[in-house]
Design a binder for this molecule. Structure first.
Ligand code: NAP
Length: 288
């Protein structure tokens, strides 16, 4: 079954996009999910469906039976995913998966990177369990900015705690292209890749882009992380999201999100979408 690619988390936004890209390129795909019943459209498009839940090792073993190359999408259970992800990847190695692709986080090897601990532990476990793997260190999804863009365009101020730090915002679709390519290219060996957008941007440069796409004046306002978090909470963001987003800004202020697009270009044969292109194509997500 060497030409069949397995994708976990196929009902999530990234996993689904990877499955769709693989189907479009004519690959044989097994779409894995805790809820395969949600994926009947992918089945109709040619994917085989299998149930996989990282917290249920029997499901992991049977889902991966006969699979050579698999993508594990990191789960959204922040704070509770490390153990299940590691047990699942160890089970994957036991049942014979040859190459594991994992969606990690930018600068996951740095303890100073926000919410990196579970990704770091998962990366180390992959390095121990597999002699062939691809670690995709995805930069921040540019889509995470949409809420802040609405706020910035209406107030004229893009408020961040990034100081002069840069972020190489990358679209989710470009992360999906990277994951699909890492499954399809047949690479054997160990590689760790930065998946980053084409431009690494300061807050000021981001504000200039917002001004350009919105036609409204937008300036960058640098504030301390606590002030940013308080503002997000008062704007109604859930506490965990406010905590994570302000912690990302602190990491950015230390230069941990300032990466180049070279790995994405080399892996997929082309660079990602610019922030400007993404905002223009998704005006309804942020325009007032
Ligand atoms: N780089 C960034 O800026 C950024 C931002 C947000 C999130 N992320 C990370 O990237 C991942 C993919 O992003 P997304 O936008 O696709 O997130 P999403 O739409 O929220 O999807 C969450 C994913 O977690 C999977 N999942 C949850 N519990 C699981 C379990 N017990 N076993 C196996 N899979 C489980 C879900 O799969 P099923 O429901 O199909 O089983 C689903 O694919 C997220 O889960 C998160 O780890 C990165």
């Amino acid at each position: 079954m060497s030409n069949t690619h397995f994708v976990s988390g196929a009902s999530g936004q990234l996993g689904r996009a990877v499955v769709e890209l693989l189907l479009a390129s004519g690959a044989k795909v097994i779409a894995g999910s805790r809820s395969p019943e949600k994926l009947m459209d992918l089945k109709a498009a040619g994917a085989e469906l299998r149930r996989i839940d990282f917290t249920d090792l029997e499901s992991v073993k049977s889902a991966l039976s006969g699979v050579d190359r698999a993508l594990f999408v990191s789960t959204d259970a922040v704070g509770q995913r490390q153990g299940p992800q590691i047990q699942a990847l160890q089970a994957a190695a036991q049942v014979g998966v040859k190459h594991l692709v994992y969606t990690s986080l930018v600068s996951a090897d740095s303890p100073e990177m926000a919410i990196s601990e579970e990704h770091r532990a998962t990366e180390i476990a992959i390095q121990e369990a597999f002699s062939s793997y691809t670690l995709l260190r995805n930069n921040l999804y540019a889509e995470l900015l949409f809420g802040a863009v609405s706020q910035a365009v209406s107030s004229g101020q893009l408020v961040t705690a990034r100081g002069k730090g840069k972020v190489a915002w990358v679209s989710r679709q470009d992360c999906a292209r990277a994951a699909a390519a890492a499954l399809e290219d047949g690479f054997e060996g160990r590689r760790t890749l930065d998946i980053a957008g084409p431009h690494s941007l300061t807050g000021e440069e981001t504000a200039a882009i917002l001004q350009s796409v919105s036609g409204q004046p937008v300036q960058h306002l640098a504030v301390p992380a606590e002030a940013l978090k308080a503002g997000m909470l008062s704007a109604g963001l859930p506490p965990m999201m406010a905590e994570i987003l302000s912690a990302f800004d602190v990491s950015a202020s230390k230069g941990l999100l300032d990466k180049s697009a070279g790995d994405l270009e080399a892996l997929t044969g082309k660079g990602g979408r610019t922030l400007q292109e993404l905002l223009e194509a998704n005006r309804s997500a942020w325009a007032l």
